[in-house]
Ligand binder design. Structure first.
Ligand code: OGA
Ligand code: MN
Length: 212
């Protein structure tokens, strides 16, 4: 039988939305139970160990290419993974976040796409924005880190390039980074040990009249 996890609390999501409005980014604790986080972490490593992750590509449709020196993570979309109680708990938490963001940002976010990502030692992701011509609907980026063993010196920090300077986020298990996909330039510093996460994007409706 699949274990069941209690529904995550949502009170802590309001400040996430507030910070997103004020500054375009938020870093906080996800509020997900430790049992969910450890199951997600285990799943990401087991996908990697069973060769079920694929090198991530960059570039436009038609000319997608793997360039590990630019982007070195290996991914699998959650839709292509076995359903589990932990995946349900994660999706429920993201649905709650989407609702909270819609209440304060009026962005009309209506879907969420998400994949596991594993950066092996040496892998990073150079400075980029998440909204590009091929993906005009990606509006809010979300990264949940899954590294219970992370220590200073292990690398793999998320570096946000902000007007006031660079801000490095340690990829510790349970940390949730949320930022505007079209405006926050960011990068992943090279990892020195396997670095696991779930990365996703809230997308807006293609026909949102508020955003024409
Ligand atoms: C991405 C990305 C950041 C991170 O996948 O587009 O920027 O910290 N990830 O994993
Ligand atoms: Mn990115």
């Amino acid at each position: 039988m699949m274990p069941e996890f209690p529904a995550a609390a949502v009170d802590h999501l309001v400040p996430v939305a507030d910070r997103l409005v004020e500054q375009g980014w938020s870093v906080s604790d996800s509020g997900l139970p430790a049992a969910v986080l450890s199951e997600l972490e285990r799943c990401c490593h087991s996908l990697w160990d069973s060769d079920s992750l694929r090198p991530a590509a960059i570039g436009r449709a038609g000319e997608r290419q793997v360039r590990a020196e630019v982007r070195g993570d290996h991914i699998r979309w959650l839709d292509d993974c076995q359903p589990s109680a932990a995946h349900d708990a994660y999706r429920d938490a993201m649905a709650a976040l989407r609702q909270t963001l819609n209440r304060s940002l009026l962005l009309g976010l209506d879907s969420y796409e998400t994949h596991y990502a594993l950066y092996p030692p040496g892998a990073g992701y150079r400075k980029h924005l998440d909204r590009f011509k091929d993906n005009p609907l990606r509006t809010v980026s979300v990264v949940l880190y899954l590294n219970s063993q992370w220590q200073p010196g292990d690398g793999g920090e998320l570096r946000l390039h902000l007007p006031q300077g660079a801000l490095d986020v340690e990829p510790r298990a349970g940390t949730l980074a949320v930022f505007m996909s079209d405006s926050i330039v960011h990068e992943v510093l090279p990892a020195r040990r396997d670095r696991a996460s779930l990365v996703g994007w809230f997308r807006r409706r293609p026909d949102n009249p508020l955003l024409r």
